[in-house]
Design a protein around this ligand. Structure first.
Ligand SMILES: C=C(O[C@H]1C=CC=C(C(=O)O)[C@@H]1O)C(=O)O
Length: 379
């Protein structure tokens, strides 16, 4: 890791939901993508995708090639590596890492503009007015928040702490020269292709998990039910593009994610029944950004955010995850409950789905709760 970081390379360290051990990927140079999300079929290059909310001027869409992959047991080196790089990789992996020596990348972009309570509540009120005026059906507004790094903050320890706190989340640490360093624990699958199965989910609606309100006892407001139903409908509409009616739909049911509860519907498709060999890639390109992070109708919601949100989300609410590691298995997650690490501070991100019934004060509180998922490692 130290070698990759020191020589301008990139690092992705992730722990899949319910997995025991993390996987480490080192890439000597990130591959920049432009425009479309990466291909994920079995013949596509293996790597780690790190894709922004919107591919734009300030956040590059990246695929970190799988030059060196270590899953805790097996070391795999890319056949394209030079003999010197192979020797260096073996040397470095034989040594224990000295975490204090790690030079994490810092984003070349300025710290994003943050919204205080009054500014965020005003944004929510504008969103609700746009919904009531019929310009959009749903919009997901968001904000960034700055927090100082505590003395002695250790990035790898924070990753381990998130793994411990969130066994069912996709926990990730990504560090790349053009993106900076990002740490997160997301509950939301965007697209998974595993052999002959395709999976995605509609995740929306939020309430705090408490001693009295658990996944078994939660009762949902109409606002949350509608908000989540819109995400499900969006996914089903994407299936319709492929004239696909043969899918398995489970839910919505209540799931816990850290200190929060959400409503979730799971979708599964048997790829042997799908004619298109590029179905996974095509679905990824249709789904991102889903209405769980943008809104509905998609373009109208994105235009609203562009005009009113007032800051650059960069990689927050983009997607990330391994592609073809191992071959035929790609697991991409929405980059939620995440933070960008800088030398003395962290920038945390959270958003809330708005409908015509949204109350600005409640939406602010909801962002505060969401910020705690990763913010807990800064306490
Ligand atoms: C946009 C976020 O969450 C999404 C996922 C689940 C529930 C959501 C909600 O209730 O608003 C959001 O759509 C975020 O965590 O920043």
């Amino acid at each position: 890791m130290a070698l990759a970081l020191r020589h301008g390379g990139s690092v992705a360290l992730w722990r899949l939901p319910n997995a025991e051990a993390p996987t480490l990927l080192l890439s000597l140079q990130p591959l920049l993508l432009s425009g479309l999300p990466p291909a994920i079929e079995a013949t596509a290059p293996a790597g780690f995708a790190f894709y922004p909310f919107q591919d734009g001027d300030t956040a590059e869409a990246m695929l970190l090639p799988a030059d060196v992959v270590f899953d805790g047991q097996q070391l795999t080196l890319s056949p394209t590596l030079s003999p010197e790089a192979v020797a260096a990789a073996h040397r470095v992996l034989a040594e224990p890492d000295a975490p204090t020596d790690l030079a994490w990348h810092v984003s070349p972009q300025p710290v994003p503009i943050t919204a205080d309570r009054a500014a965020y509540e005003a944004l929510v009120a504008t969103g609700v007015a746009a919904i009531q005026a019929g310009q959009v059906q749903k919009v997901v507004s968001s904000r960034a928040a700055r927090r100082p790094l505590p003395a002695g903050f250790d990035t790898l320890q924070a990753f381990e702490e998130l793994c411990r706190q969130h066994p069912r989340a996709f926990v990730s640490l990504v560090s790349a020269p053009l993106a900076g360093t990002w740490l997160g624990a997301t509950p939301e699958v965007l697209v998974e292709v595993d052999g002959a199965e395709f999976r995605t989910m509609a995740l929306a609606g939020t309430q705090p998990l408490t001693a009295d309100v658990t996944a078994h006892t939660a009762i949902w407001r109409q606002k949350d039910i509608e908000e989540q139903a819109l995400v499900s409908r969006y996914i089903v509409n994407c299936f319709k593009h492929f004239r696909l009616r043969d899918y398995d739909e489970t839910g919505p049911r209540t799931v816990a994610a850290g200190n929060l509860l959400h409503l979730r519907t799971d979708f599964r498709i048997d790829l042997r029944r799908v004619a298109s060999p590029t179905f996974g890639t095509d679905m990824l390109r249709l789904l991102h950004p889903t209405s769980a992070v943008g809104g509905m109708p998609r373009q109208a919601a994105l235009d609203f955010l562009q005009r009113h949100e007032g800051y650059d989300r960069t990689y927050y609410s983009g997607f990330l995850g391994p592609i073809n590691l191992p071959a035929g298995a790609s697991r991409l997650f929405v980059n939620l409950r995440c933070m960008q690490l800088r030398p003395t501070e962290a920038v945390l991100y959270a958003g809330t789905g708005l409908t015509a019934e949204s109350d600005p004060a409640r939406e602010w509180e909801e962002t505060e709760l969401k910020l705690r998922t990763v913010g807990s490692v800064l306490d």
